[in-house]
Design a protein around this ligand. Structure first.
Ligand code: SF4
Ligand code: SF4
Length: 439
C-alpha cells in the first residue's frame, strides 16, 4: 500500500519502542481522584455536587454550561471531600472536585450492552454523546457534540479517523486500534450514521503496520477505507491529514467542515461506542506513561482524576530522577512544574518523565526575531507575533493574524533558538479567543 503525506513537516525520532508492543494494563481504583471542571475547550462545567455528597461512578458532578462545554462525571464512587482550585496542564486555573473512593465502584448507569445502535434516532445519538461529556481525546478536547453538528449551510460528507499518532513516545492510539478495533469501528459507524457522511477514511502512519492490517481486515464489513500515511511530523494535524488523504486544502481561518470533512481521534470513536452501546460516559481513558525516567513504561487504562503521582507508582516509580514531566507528547504537550494535584484529564494522551540528561532543559531568551518559527510553521503563521500578543492579552489582535489556524504542532518551539514557550502561549491564546466568542 502506498503511503500518503502532506507537503512540509519533518521526520522526528519516534521513541515508541518501549510501549508500542505491550498490552494495555488496567490500573486499579485510586484511593481518591481530583477531577478538574475545566478539561475541555469552552466554558468550564458548573459543579453540581458539594462537600460530603455521596456520588456513584458515571454520575454528573459538573454540568456543561452553554453549548461549547462538556459534562464532567465522577470517575469512581465515594464521597466528595472538597472542591479545590488546581492548575490544569493547559496552565489554566480550574475548580476541581475531589472524591474519596469507597472502593465499591458503584455505577450510576446501567452498563448492559445495546448493540442495536442502527435503530437509534439522530437526536438520541447526539443527546447520548452530549450527556456522556465526550471531547476530542487526541488532546484537543473540543466537545464532540459540537464538532458533529455542522452550522447551517455546511455538510459533513467525509469522516477522517485520526490514527496517525505522530508524536514521539505516544502509543495509546496505536494500542486502541490493536486492542479495541471492533468497539472503535462501531463508534465510527455511529458517527457516520449520525452525520450521514458518505465516506470514511482511517488514516494510520506506516510505522504501525499491525494496526493497518487489523483495521484493513475488520473495516471491510463497514466499507471504511484504511489509508497508510508516511511517518512524518505533524502528520496527525487535521489540516495535514486532509491534505494527505484528500488532496484538499482547508482555507485560512476555516475548519475541516469548510471542505466537508470532520476529523475524529480513534479514542474518541471508542468513547462514542462506550456511550451509545454501553451507556458509559467518558470517565476513563488510555494513557501512555513513558520517558527514560519511568521504571516500567506502559499504556494504562486509568480513571480521569487519577493523580500523576499514583500513576508513577503503578509504573514502578522512577528509575532515574525526573527533571521534566510532560502531560501529552513532547511536541504538543505541556511541561508541568510539579506533580502534586496534577491529575489525568480527558485529554491526557500521555505522561512522560525525563531525566536531566535527556530533557536538556534549555534556558529561555528573548526573541531575537530570526523568523525561523515563521519559516517552519506548516500553517504559514507568525508564531512569535502570536506569542507576543497573547502575552499582552491582545486576543482580538491575535485572531486577526489567524492564531486560530495554529494546529499546535510545536514545530515553531522546536526550531526556536531562544527556546520561547510558543506553543503553550499560542494554545492559551486560542482558548481565550474561543472563550470570548462564546460569551
Ligand atoms: S504556530 Fe507553531 S504550533 Fe502553530 S502551527 Fe505553526 S509551527 Fe505549529
Ligand atoms: S524562532 Fe524564536 S527567536 Fe526566532 S523569531 Fe521565532 S520566537 Fe523569535
Amino acid at each position: 500500500m502506498k503511503s500518503l503525506s502532506f507537503t512540509g513537516g519533518f521526520h522526528i525520532e519516534e521513541y515508541k519502542g518501549s510501549t508500542e508492543h505491550l498490552a494495555t494494563e488496567k490500573m486499579g481504583l485510586p484511593s481518591k481522584v481530583i477531577i478538574p471542571l475545566s478539561q475541555h475547550i469552552g466554558a468550564p462545567a458548573k459543579p453540581v455536587v458539594k462537600k460530603d455528597d455521596k456520588v456513584k461512578t458515571g454520575q454528573i458532578i459538573g454540568q456543561m454550561q452553554g453549548y461549547v462545554s462538556a459534562n464532567i462525571h465522577a470517575s469512581l464512587s465515594g464521597t466528595v471531600i472538597e472542591i479545590i482550585s488546581v492548575l490544569t496542564p493547559m496552565g489554566r486555573k480550574s475548580s476541581a472536585v475531589v472524591i474519596e473512593s469507597d472502593g465499591q465502584d458503584e455505577k450510576f448507569y446501567d452498563a448492559s450492552e445495546n448493540q442495536n445502535y442502527k435503530d437509534l434516532k439522530k437526536e438520541d445519538i447526539i443527546k447520548t454523546i452530549t450527556d456522556a461529556g465526550i471531547v476530542g481525546m487526541g488532546g484537543a478536547t473540543f466537545p464532540t457534540h459540537v464538532k458533529l453538528v455542522p452550522p447551517k449551510g455546511k455538510e459533513i460528507k467525509t469522516i477522517i479517523i485520526n490514527g496517525a499518532e505522530c508524536e514521539p513516545f505516544l502509543t495509546a492510539d496505536h494500542r486502541t486500534m490493536i486492542e479495541f478495533p471492533e468497539e472503535m469501528l462501531k463508534g465510527i459507524d455511529i458517527i457516520k450514521q449520525f452525520t450521514g457522511a458518505e465516506k470514511v477514511y482511517i488514516g494510520i502512519e506506516n510505522n504501525k503496520p499491525d494496526a493497518i492490517n487489523i483495521l484493513e481486515e475488520k473495516s471491510k464489513a463497514y466499507k471504511f477505507e484504511v489509508v497508510s500515511l508516511q511517518a512524518k511530523y505533524p502528520q496527525g494535524a487535521e489540516k495535514n491529514l486532509i491534505a494527505a488523504i484528500m488532496k484538499k486544502e482547508v482555507p485560512s481561518g476555516g475548519l475541516p467542515l469548510d471542505v466537508g470533512v470532520v476529523v475524529q481521534n480513534v479514542g474518541t470513536a471508542k468513547a462514542v461506542y462506550d456511550a451509545v452501546c454501553l451507556n458509559t460516559p467518558l470517565y476513563e481513558r488510555i494513557v501512555t506513561v513513558s520517558g527514560n525516567s519511568i521504571h516500567k513504561p506502559k499504556n494504562i487504562i486509568v480513571r480521569v482524576g487519577t493523580e500523576f503521582s499514583e500513576i508513577f507508582k503503578f509504573c514502578g516509580d522512577f528509575s532515574l530522577e525526573p527533571a521534566k514531566i510532560i502531560s501529552g507528547g513532547p511536541m504538543m504537550g505541556f511541561s508541568i512544574p510539579f506533580i502534586e494535584n496534577f491529575s489525568v484529564t480527558k485529554g491526557t494522551s500521555g505522561i512522560l518523565a525525563f531525566s536531566k540528561e535527556f530533557s536538556q532543559e534549555k534556558e529561555k531568551y528573548p526573541c531575537i526575531k530570526c523568523a525561523r518559527c515563521v519559516d517552519h510553521c506548516p500553517m504559514w503563521l507568525m508564531p512569535s507575533k502570536i506569542e507576543k500578543l497573547g502575552n499582552a492579552g491582545l486576543f482580538d489582535e491575535a485572531e486577526k493574524i489567524a492564531a486560530l489556524d495554529c494546529v499546535e504542532c510545536g514545530t515553531c518551539a522546536y526550531v526556536c533558538p531562544a527556546s520561547r514557550p510558543l506553543v503553550q502561549m499560542i494554545r492559551y491564546t486560542k482558548s481565550k479567543i474561543i472563550d470570548n466568542k462564546n460569551r
